[in-house]
Design a protein around this ligand. Sequence first.
Ligand SMILES: [Fe+2]
Length: 161
Amino acid sequence: MTKINTTPATAANPDVAAASAQFLTPVVLGLQALAVNGKQAHWNVRGANFIAIHELLDSVVSNAQAGADQAAERIVALGLPIDARVSTVAAKTTPSAVPAGFTQWDALIRNVITDMDIVIADVQAAIDGLDEFDLTSQDIAIGIKESLEKDRWFLFAHLAE
Ligand SMILES: [Fe+2]
């Protein structure tokens, strides 16, 4: 019978797992927060561009969830757990710029972009930091950055002259 190695792929180099967790965990938490606050914006947007922004914000949410899933599962694939409980997300992320209550679409776009820029900064730190540790984890961060910046453009284009 073939013997299967059940230890994580990078058990021989714990630095890879530790660095991936160090740099990808803030990305996971930031994206989970963006997903929750993006829904808040999706529900409370008001004004002339309601339907466009309402629907666009749902794509921001689903892309944030997909990115969080990829980053979290990379950490777990390397043998470490992820703590993305709601209390942890709240404690370790910047409070959202999205307000409570109905908000006009143009102000709300600025608020969501403010939130996204905080996540993008963490993603950039992950790309830079992972360069010397693990190119596979870095590749996930690069993909997340591409997706976030595309969504940022889709939002920003409503305001651009
Ligand atoms: Fe909805």
